[in-house]
Design a protein around this ligand. Structure first.
Ligand code: GLY
Length: 399
């Protein structure tokens, strides 16, 4: 009996030691960056020359990619991943592929705006390309696209119209703005500082401030969408399209908010955005499960059986690495950095696709209410995962 009790004590003691070790472990992103480059090269080899040839998601057990063309909202993530992989490896074949897949998106700079996603599409592709190569033809495309995005701005409301079309339950033709739209402000900030119209900066600031006022509940969780009166600018209501319910916290939406307000502070230096980024971060971190990868919606009553969303974890990890570099308080900086590292370690340990397919991550949820891309691999999760790994590698903080 005594021996059994002793064995039990030893077992739980070793579990505690293991947990402490995991928590404080030094996580080196290099091996996982190499993994991403290997996976990506396999995907690249499998793609057809003719469009649609942009890999979006994998929803089957055979590991085949669902392919899209430049119009799809996720079209810029693939070129962005290629640019990050080129940045990581210096491999010129990846640079050539990144250039080719970016240029497939050129029509977006000439056509009228289909929706707010132009930032995701053109800034992640051409934006990363310009950052790494300074190719002026990319710059022209980014500037033209920023002007196109600005055509969706409604001055009465003070925000960009995210979806200029009828969407179920969204009371079209009223003005809708979704939290994801915060991400696309980066394109406007960049353009205003790189030869574009200065008004683009004002539009981005107005959108962020209006959203800060109308898009959040008292606990700083975000509505997915807000409907406004397009003439008076008054808020009509907050609701959801992709989350569990109008009052729930949709995980990726909250991650977009964390990333978006952190980026707004970087671009403007306005303290209100930094303070807000910290508030929307707190409710997200406080409600995470133990492994730091959220269920697709924090309020799905099916938790713990509900699907996870690894993309939200990747977006949040990348944002928190930036947030940790922007706050003055060292304790806060260490807190955000540690959380980001633990999120990345968790994704790398338990959410990599490995041999199942050639994406980087699995257990990503796209649109649960539509039952589409649930528990899948999706290109935007991979994009922010690799971005976060590179941010970590290039960070000079070590806690
Ligand atoms: N922007 C669409 C989504 O996050 O699913």
């Amino acid at each position: 009996m005594k021996i059994r009790i002793l064995c039990c004590c030893l077992f739980f003691y070793s579990l505690t030691l293991l947990a402490c070790h995991q928590k404080d472990r030094i996580y080196d992103p290099n091996k996982d960056i190499e993994y991403c480059v290997v996976q990506l090269k396999k995907t690249l080899q499998s793609l057809p020359i003719d469009t649609p040839n942009i890999p979006r998601s994998i929803t089957n057990t055979r590991g085949n990619w669902n392919l899209i063309n430049y119009k799809d909202w996720t079209s810029g993530f693939w070129a962005g991943i290629l640019w990050y992989a080129y940045q990581a490896s210096g491999d010129d074949s990846l640079k050539a592929a990144a250039d080719r897949f970016s240029r497939e998106l050129t029509p977006l700079s000439k056509e009228s705006a289909l929706d707010h996603d132009l930032g995701f599409q053109v800034f992640n592709s051409f934006g990363n390309g310009y950052r790494l190569t300074k190719d002026t033809s990319y710059k022209h495309i980014i500037l033209a696209t920023a002007d196109t995005l600005a055509t969706l701005f409604n001055g009465h409301v003070g925000t960009i119209l995210s979806w200029p079309r009828a969407v179920p339950h969204m009371e079209w033709p009223k003005h809708n703005t979704i939290i994801d739209n915060m991400m696309n402000l980066e394109l406007l900030f960049w353009a205003s500082k790189n030869g574009g119209d200065k008004k683009l900066y004002d539009i981005a600031v107005s959108h962020a401030e209006k959203t800060m006022k109308n898009h959040f509940r008292s606990d700083y969780s975000a509505y997915h969408a807000v409907i406004y009166d397009p003439k008076t600018g008054g808020k009509i209501k907050g609701l959801t399209h992709q989350g569990y319910s109008d009052s729930s916290m949709w995980s990726r939406g909250q991650a977009w908010a964390i990333y978006g307000y952190t980026m707004c502070y970087r671009e403007t230096g306005k303290q209100e955005f930094l303070d807000f980024a910290e508030k929307v971060t707190k409710v997200y971190i406080d409600r995470l499960p133990d492994d730091l990868v959220p269920y697709w919606d924090f309020d799905d009553p099916n938790i713990p059986k509900a699907p996870r969303d690894a993309s939200a974890a990747a977006v949040a990890a990348s944002a928190l690495l930036e947030l940790s570099s922007l706050v003055d308080d060292e304790e806060k900086a260490a807190h955000y950095y540690r959380k980001a590292v633990d999120m990345l370690a968790s994704l790398s340990d338990n959410y990599q696709s490995g041999k199942a397919n050639t994406a980087f991550l699995k257990h990503v949820t796209g649109h649960k209410p539509n039952n589409s891309e649930v528990d899948a691999s999706i290109n935007y999760a991979d994009y922010y995962y690799l971005e976060a790994l590179l941010r970590l590698k290039n960070s000079n903080r070590r806690y």
